[in-house]
Design a protein around this ligand. Structure first.
Ligand SMILES: Cc1cc2nc3c(=O)[nH]c(=O)nc-3n(C[C@H](O)[C@H](O)[C@H](O)COP(=O)(O)O)c2cc1C
Length: 375
């Protein structure tokens, strides 16, 4: 759907119903994806609620052990009969222990503030679940797999497709979108720089902070270059954002931040409180928590790290090295040292709203705008 199509009755009806190619491809009622949000915020209940409301709920499972992932999928299936997706990080990782001692020395300064055990310069060993997680997704026959950081490797893509699983790849440049299309993806998430959480940029070796093209510029350029549906992500918080994305040629949207303060969100209470008092200036892109660039609300952890001017270890080693700090901050209800991932649309957050009501409100608002625009 876009606003350039001929003005016939069918098009008008499908526009009002927000019935885009994405809806038909994924068998969903509304072109709204819940972003997979790994590490706590994206719960099974949240994914089920979005799917039940007519969108596509996606479970962020990058940090789950294969056993936890299998249990989560089975739980999700108990809560919804509608299609859903599971999100993974598609990345081959090798731990970077090149400067572990130096990094741990710096992190120890933060551990002292939190009064938790200091860590000596031992080698960091990150868990490597990707292959096993993927095997679980095949065994459990999930309807949709979405990935960040890269396209599924060829053998996995083949296997998933032979099981009829739809594949969604998140891309931050047109070049990445073309790679994803050539590899067999069914749809692309165009992740603009406004987006909360990790930048999906495939290769960060020559740009440590990722590719940061705004949603407004990225979406139409991707739409012009690929032949599969593009889903806009980054800063989309309501029906206005949905209509804007459709006008740019996207077939739908993926929203993460908007659901962080929903009733079903798993985001820590202190984190939610910070989000609700933040604004469009509050976030920054940092690689201090994980070794990969990600957008979150600026806090003491980021400021401390930046002041010291030390390069983090590469992903996922930095992520593993900072885990005890983030966990302690959660236990202590201290948002100063949590990763407060969030996008730039923070003033548009609402408190205490159910995920279903967010989907419904977004749809209603979009339909009202379209009714007044499409003649
Ligand atoms: C708290 C949080 C966690 C996220 N975790 C993931 C993730 O695990 N996998 C992924 O593909 N994207 C992740 N993202 C990024 C989303 O896919 C999406 O690009 C982003 O939420 C869109 O921008 P918005 O937050 O402004 O809606 C995360 C985003 C947030 C806010």
């Amino acid at each position: 759907m876009n606003f350039g199509k001929p003005d016939d009755v069918d098009w008008r009806t499908s526009t009002m119903n927000l019935d885009t190619a994405l809806c038909r491809l994924f068998h969903i009622r509304y072109p709204i994806f819940l972003a997979g949000m790994a590490g706590g915020p994206g719960t099974v209940k949240l994914a089920a609620a979005v799917s039940n409301a007519g969108g596509l709920g996606i479970l962020g499972s990058a940090y789950m052990t294969p056993e936890v992932l299998r249990a989560a999928i089975r739980e999700l299936r108990k809560l919804t009969n509608a299609p859903f997706g599971v999100n993974l990080f598609s990345i081959q990782t090798v731990d970077d222990n090149s400067r572990t001692e130096e990094v741990q020395r710096e992190l120890n300064e933060i551990r002292k503030i939190l009064d938790i055990p200091l860590v000596q310069g031992d080698q960091v060993q990150s868990p490597e679940y990707f292959e096993q997680q993927f095997a679980v997704l095949i065994e459990e026959q999930v309807p949709v797999i979405s990935t960040a950081f890269g396209v599924l490797p060829t053998h996995m893509m083949k296997q998933a497709k032979s099981h009829g699983i739809r594949i969604v790849t998140m891309a931050t440049t047109v070049q990445e979108a073309l790679l994803a299309e050539q590899a067999g993806s069914d749809a692309i998430v165009a992740q603009g720089s406004e987006a909360g959480g990790h930048r999906g940029t495939f290769d960060i070796s020559s740009r440590p902070m990722g590719a940061n093209i705004g949603t407004m510029a990225l979406v139409p350029q991707m739409v012009d270059q690929v032949g599969i549906p593009v889903i806009a992500a980054g800063g989309i918080m309501d029906g206005r954002g949905l209509v804007a994305a459709l006008a740019l040629g996207a077939e739908g949207v993926q929203m993460g931040t908007r659901f962080l303060t929903s009733i079903e969100s798993g985001a820590h209470e202190a984190y939610q409180k910070i989000l609700l008092s933040s604004n469009e200036e509050s976030t920054t892109i940092t690689n201090a928590f994980s070794g990969r660039p990600a957008r979150g609300v600026k806090n003491a952890f980021i400021e401390n790290w930046d002041k010291r001017g030390i390069e983090p270890l590469k992903f996922p080693t930095q992520n593993t090295a900072t885990r005890d700090i983030r966990n302690a901050a959660s236990r202590q209800n201290n948002p100063d040292f949590m990763s407060l991932w969030a996008g730039q649309g923070l003033r548009m957050l609402t408190a205490g709203q159910s995920a279903a009501s967010i989907v419904e409100e977004t749809v209603r608002q979009a339909q009202t705008i379209l009714l007044n625009t499409v003649h």
